[in-house]
Design a protein around this ligand. Structure first.
Ligand code: SF4
Length: 382
């Protein structure tokens, strides 16, 4: 089944750490909605008949800035042009300040059945450091509002590793999330990306980033804390109560096909070799202009041969609790890690980074998860 990602490129203001594509100055959403629906129709001509749609994900940007009528028009266009008769999950990213009972009722009526709430922290100094619009009270109240609005399936995002954050804030963030009984938490270590206001402040010496050791300690604490409270740590950044794993994200980690619509959205399609990955233009005006001419708004296309796909499979699967299936790697990608990386595997196991191989599966230990990229680099077949 195909996953559909829709990128909504609008935000009310810029968070200091963010390097996603968005604009903060757009007065009217109408030209974008028009362009997006054109892109959906354009892509449907090639891909709609190949696979039914399994999941839909509205990300951004801030999708909750869209009026429900606009979201409805996008969903209607998807329904008209793709087989959406068996969609398992439709997720909407929302920001706490946009949530009202009326908004939740309207988006539920559209068939949206999962929310991803950008809380980031329950503490005011953290929120101000990140330049989030919402305040600590809104962060705490939103979980109750989401439930009262009939959403039992939702996730919250929390960010750790903020400079100068008192250590007790992070543990308190997790404690509050657990006490609110949220079904899914995504935790991200703060990364300082080029071109962001945060990087600019770092370059001007205005703060000291958290040390790698502190980040690692906080991550290890997070894993133990949430697991003790009944969460499954099913992917490096993702913790779910049983039955609440994200279905859409699972497609990314399993090399399933997905189509991305909207500026900067990525797509992946593998029906024969080479597979294709393409990225849309990262500019709203250009995106709209290309679609006015019925031209696919693609910036870059990458053709992926089997060896690149094998590398990706290793990278993606090591992030998951299900782990890297050595037999699948051999049958689907033609790589035998037990021959190609036998010494590395023995060394990683004796150093405590991976578990002993069981059921032909390689899984990271908690220690391995703190250095996932390093372990991955040692096992890449390419
Ligand atoms: S973090 Fe989210 S709300 Fe903040 S600027 Fe980025 S996309 Fe917009």
């Amino acid at each position: 089944m195909t996953g559909i990602y829709v990128h909504i490129p609008f935000c009310a203001q810029r968070c200091t750490y963010c390097d996603f594509y968005f604009v903060t100055t757009e007065k009217s959403h109408a030209p974008f909605i028009e362009a997006l629906c054109t892109e959906i129709r354009l892509r449907a001509a090639t891909y709609a008949t190949k696979d039914p749609v399994g999941t839909i994900y509205f990300g951004g940007g801030t999708p909750s800035l869209l009026h429900p009528d606009d979201l409805g028009r996008i969903i209607e266009t998807l329904n008209e042009h793709f087989d959406c008769s068996d969609v398992q999950e439709t997720t909407l990213e929302v920001n706490p300040e946009d949530i009202t009972p009326e908004y939740l009722a309207a988006v539920r009526a559209l068939g949206i059945d999962r929310l991803s709430v950008g809380i980031q922290s329950f503490f005011e100094p953290d929120l101000r450091f990140m330049n989030r619009i919402h305040d600590a009270k809104q962060a705490r109240d939103v979980v109750g509002s989401v439930r009262a609005g009939g959403f039992d399936n939702f996730s919250i995002d929390l960010i750790f590793g903020l400079p100068d954050q008192p250590p007790e804030y992070w543990s308190a963030n997790l404690e509050i999330a657990a006490s609110l009984d949220v079904p899914h938490i995504s935790t991200y270590g703060l990364t300082i990306e080029d071109g962001t206001p945060l990087k600019n402040r770092l370059d001007r010496g205005l703060f000291e980033p958290s040390s790698e050791e502190d980040m690692s300690d906080q991550f290890q604490f997070t894993m133990a804390y949430l697991r003790d409270r009944g969460f499954e740590h099913y992917e490096i950044s993702s913790f779910a109560r049983p039955g609440h794993r994200a279905v859409h994200n699972h497609r990314y980690w399993s090399h399933h096909n997905y189509l991305g619509f909207g500026p900067s959205a990525h797509s992946f399609w593998w029906s024969g070799l080479p597979a294709s990955r393409w990225a849309n233009v990262r500019n709203l005006r250009r995106y709209e202009a290309l679609l006015m001419q019925h031209v696919a708004p693609v910036d870059e296309t990458e053709r992926l041969a089997l060896d690149s796909l094998a590398d990706e499979y290793v990278m993606l699967r090591l992030r998951t609790a299900d782990g890297l299936d050595i037999e699948e790697l051999e049958s689907r990608y033609g790589v035998d890690l037990l021959i190609d990386r036998v010494d590395e595997l023995a060394d990683l196991e004796s150093s405590g980074f991976i578990r002993p191989i069981r059921n032909h599966t390689i899984q990271l230990t908690d220690l391995g998860k703190t250095v996932c990229d390093t372990v991955t680099a040692r096992l890449l077949p390419g």
